[in-house]
Ligand binder design. Structure first.
Ligand code: 5RP
Length: 241
């Protein structure tokens, strides 16, 4: 996509931004005419949305399901048609970012707090594509960031106490001095877990805690990962089971 199509000036890119943009713009090639598309959340997906919006302007027909209010707002600005929230959708593809990605293509998401809707949308898609810049690739999940866990506001300190079985002290996420609330009205506890040796087991175990709505581990979900760097993209596909 040219800078004029996106309104973006590539000269302003940091190396990480350039990677995000490369990944976002490459992903639009996975969207076929007539597709139903899950629209992720975050600064990497924004480049995908801008590229998709440009294709829609040129006549591509798609219907999207946004994973956050922010994404819905941007999609509307870009005239990307959206499906109703309370409908059963079968999505051809969902495209989303991640905070960490490991060599098995498992991910930690939720840095932006949209992990619940993101997981629902990823689960509704035949193909789930994750976009990251080169800085997000890690040898083991959890070593460089805490695991986001979405919890109900009711009794959250009790939920936090039970989460201690899986890591250090969870931190209640705040933004601008106030408790951060997700689009679903829940809270986020950021749980320091260190390097996770069995992400599938941890994902399942954490979701058994009363008060946990969802956690940011996305295990065995991505079929393709697009890793963007200033020089271009690297594409990885999940090995067949
Ligand atoms: C939001 C997410 C984002 O996809 C993740 O935080 C990556 O964001 P960015 O592309 O801005 O680095 O999971 O809940």
């Amino acid at each position: 996509m040219s800078s004029s199509a996106s309104g973006h000036d590539p000269r302003a890119d940091t190396s990480q931004d350039a990677g995000k943009r490369a990944a976002g713009e490459a992903a639009v090639d996975w969207v076929r005419d007539g597709a139903r598309v899950g629209l992720g959340t975050g600064s990497t997906v924004k480049y995908f949305l801008l590229a998709l919006g440009a294709r829609v302007k040129d006549g591509l027909r798609v219907q999207g399901v946004p994973t956050s209010h922010d994404t819905a707002e941007l999609a509307r600005q870009l005239r990307i048609p959206l499906l109703p929230e309370h409908e059963l959708w079968t999505l051809d593809v969902a495209v989303d970012g991640a905070d960490e990605i490991d060599p098995r293509l498992d991910a930690i998401k939720g840095g932006g707090g949209a992990l619940l809707r993101e997981k629902i949308v990823a689960a509704a898609a035949r193909t789930f594509i994750v976009l990251v810049d080169h800085t997000k690739c890690v040898p083991a999940l959890g070593a460089s960031m805490p695991l986001p866990v979405e919890v109900t506001p009711f009794g959250w300190p009790n939920t936090a106490k039970l989460l201690r079985a899986f890591g250090d002290e969870p931190a209640l996420r705040t933004r601008q001095g106030k408790v951060f609330e997700t689009d679903g009205g829940n809270y986020i506890l950021d749980l320091p877990v260190r390097a996770i040796d069995d992400p599938a087991r941890l994902e399942a175990q954490i979701n058994l805690i009363p008060g946990v709505v969802e956690n940011g581990l996305f295990v065995n979900r991505a079929s393709t990962v697009i890793i963007g760097a200033p020089g271009g993209v690297q594409i990885k596909h999940r090995a067949a089971p």
